[in-house]
Design a protein around this ligand. Structure first.
Ligand code: PHE
Length: 369
């Protein structure tokens, strides 16, 4: 009897080890609660669709360990530490807000675990780092696209730029836009706010006194939605231009008809996919959610596939080898375009401009690098 028990427990032990050895753990560090929870929710949808289609690599199941950074900078660093030290992930998909990727990325870099951000566009996120990568374009380009669109398409000559001073994304994108818009001969005035603010009447009153042709608000959807409502209440009927951080169903839910006429630069529009993988992704997403995928869903999908492809080429789960393989990503066909990661960990891709029209995110144009 004792012998049987020992043999049985050894068998159970071996099975546990085999199962543990049979998975490859990938951490996912997203805002699943808090101010920008919609970003986490949308990106995770895309990651999960990719996992459903391609559940394994190197003959093992990919196991996702999702960690919620609660839309908080300190937590953004904490979750990365936890994923590495406690969950022992081989790599991390994350984070989304640039300020979170800067905080979490510092930890991943120090611990030599590759981290791939689906959506962080601030140049500093990857700068000087060997283990941090991204699946999206960067803000010098996004700011350029916005400046061209404002000047040429909207025929704006005077812009008021609203900067969220606690978001590296917003500070950077504001500056890149201003540089290009001014170089074209445009005139710029500035206003400042913070994530979490609800009342923008003082800044808007000041801004509207300048009779601007456009309000440029490179922030996140909760504040853009409220600002649009208040700007319309103050009688502003002109265009509002934003960046990729505008896109979430909540923009329209909170903003109502006030966000009609909000234009924003982005990575993807489901009605105009750039690749056939993009078309397949849209079809798959629509069959599951009965709605069109967001840019973040597409970027989440691409991030999972990019990482899986790197693990496959590395033929190893050694973090240094995965990082090396990520850096050698060339012409990978994703849902958001053909992705090549350069030696800085960045990608160069086309941007789209979308407009909120009758309560829908509508494609306007594509701008190539
Ligand atoms: N680009 C934003 C940042 O760097 C994140 C983002 C991308 C949000 C795409 C929404 C959609 O903070």
């Amino acid at each position: 009897m004792r012998k049987v028990l020992i043999v049985l427990s050894i068998a159970v032990l071996l099975m546990t080890v085999a199962i543990a050895a049979g998975t490859i753990k990938i951490g996912v560090a997203f805002p699943m609660t808090g101010n920008i929870a919609a970003f986490g929710e949308m990106t995770l949808q895309g990651v999960k669709i990719a996992q459903t289609l391609y559940p394994d690599v190197l003959g093992k199941k990919i196991e996702l360990v999702v960690a919620d950074n609660r839309s908080d900078k300190t937590e953004a660093a904490n979750v990365v530490s936890r994923l590495i030290d406690y969950n022992h992930v081989a790599a991390i998909i994350g984070e989304i807000a640039s300020s979170h990727s800067l905080a979490g990325g510092a930890i991943a870099e120090q611990k030599h675990i590759p981290m791939l951000s689906p959506a962080s566009t601030n140049p500093l996120v990857t700068q000087g780092k060997h283990y941090i990568f991204r699946a999206c374009f960067i803000d010098p380009f996004q700011g350029h696209v916005a400046a061209v669109f404002a000047y040429k398409n909207l025929k704006a000559r005077t812009a008021v730029v609203f900067t969220d001073v606690v978001q590296d994304y917003s500070v950077g994108l504001s500056n890149f836009f201003i540089k290009d818009f001014v170089a074209k001969g445009g005139k710029v005035f500035r206003e400042f706010y913070q994530s979490g603010d609800q009342d923008f009447s003082a800044q808007l009153t000041d801004a509207l006194a300048k009779s601007p042709d456009v309000l440029y608000v490179p922030g996140y959807y909760p504040e853009i939605a409220l600002m649009a409502r208040q700007a319309r209440q103050l009688g502003y009927t002109g265009p509002i231009l934003a960046g990729d951080g505008a896109e979430a169903p909540q923009l329209i839910k909170i903003g109502g008809s006030a966000v009609n006429g909000v234009y924003y630069t982005s990575h993807f529009n489901a009605s105009h996919p750039f690749t056939s993988v993009g078309k397949q992704f849209v079809a798959k997403y629509e069959s599951i959610y009965k709605a069109s995928p967001s840019a973040l869903a597409a970027l989440g999908f691409d991030s999972y596939l990019l990482l899986r492809d790197a693990i496959k080429r590395a033929n190893s789960v050694d973090p240094a080898k995965i990082a090396e393989a990520l850096r050698n990503t060339k012409n990978f066909e994703g849902a958001t375009g053909y992705i090549t990661i350069d030696k800085y960990g960045n990608t160069i891709k086309s941007a789209v401009v979308n407009e909120v029209k009758n309560g829908k995110f509508t494609y306007v144009t594509t701008i190539n690098p």
